[in-house]
Write a protein that binds this ligand. Structure first.
Ligand SMILES: [Fe+2]
Length: 270
């Protein structure tokens, strides 16, 4: 099958606003690297703490800083020459469970989708699903960034299933498939894909090293998952930019053993 251009909605390309590109020179190189990896549309998602929204002056100052740097990035001739369309969003840290994300700059391309993460790569044991449900009840569509990176998710993956039930979509980091985030993240990435629970894949590119989009797509395709790779990297993220829900992604290698053990645990608890 032919592969379409990638749409990447999780990246740290905006100069000088977070731990991504330090300056415009790094931003230029990063956008060029995205273009070389087949990315046609990227949403730049600098880190933004949800708790800031409770102090409007601080939130507005942070957004003004991002606005100025985003304008510098998209006005740059070298960035424009790459042909990559760079849109706006943030990676919203749910350091509080109920941030106010009424400002469209806090959502992906200003639509109803919002990219979220929890602090310190730990899923809060008590209120993670409340936070997801709360965003949904306000009309927003949360997308949880890199679920495979949470260190307190055990092999049952039950805590991530709870977030899916609460209404979150899940976004895998491309680099996790290649071991960039360690063995645990690679193992959880494979397990999530095997269950068909991942809706999107993006780079989370911090403007250093490689975006890993092309390598991860190639890795999936060579293991017989070309159709899933297309949905994860191209079709579903393009749908997100348009405001449409993702197409379900078929399990990569859903073994009968994995399914039996999940159901047997559920039944055993009753
Ligand atoms: Fe990120």
């Amino acid at each position: 099958m032919t592969s379409g251009p990638a749409t990447d909605f999780h990246s740290h390309l905006i100069p000088g606003v977070d731990d991504g590109a330090a300056d415009l020179a790094e931003s230029r190189a990063a956008v060029a690297a995205m273009a070389a990896d087949g990315v046609a549309t990227a949403i730049a998602t600098p880190h933004f703490d949800g708790s800031l929204t409770f102090t409007p002056d601080l939130a507005n100052a942070r957004l003004a800083q991002i606005d100025a740097a985003y304008t510098a990035l998209t006005a740059d001739a070298d960035v424009q020459t790459t042909g990559v369309r760079v849109l706006r969003g943030v990676e919203l840290m749910l350091d509080v469970p109920d941030p106010d994300i009424g400002d469209p700059r806090l959502r992906l391309n200003g639509g109803r989708f919002v990219l979220v993460e929890f602090p310190a790569l730990q899923l809060p044991p008590s209120n993670a699903d409340f936070a997801i449900r709360s965003l949904r009840e306000k009309g927003w569509q949360p997308v949880l960034a890199h679920p495979e990176r949470y260190r307190n998710v055990d092999d049952s993956l039950d805590s991530l299933l709870a977030l899916r039930y609460a209404g979150a979509y899940l976004q895998l980091n491309a680099g996790s498939l290649l071991g960039f985030h360690g063995d645990g993240a690679r193992r959880r990435a494979a397990a999530l894909l095997a269950r068909g629970w991942i809706d999107y894949a993006s780079s989370d590119y911090h403007s250093r090293g490689m975006p890993a989009v092309a390598a991860a797509r190639a890795s999936l395709s060579s293991s017989g998952a070309a159709e899933q790779a297309e949905l994860l990297f191209s079709e579903n993220p393009a749908r997100l930019v348009r405001g449409d829900a993702p197409i379900p992604v078929a399990p990569l290698a859903a073994s009968a053993r994995t399914r039996r053990s999940w159901w047997s645990r559920l039944l055993w608890r009753r």
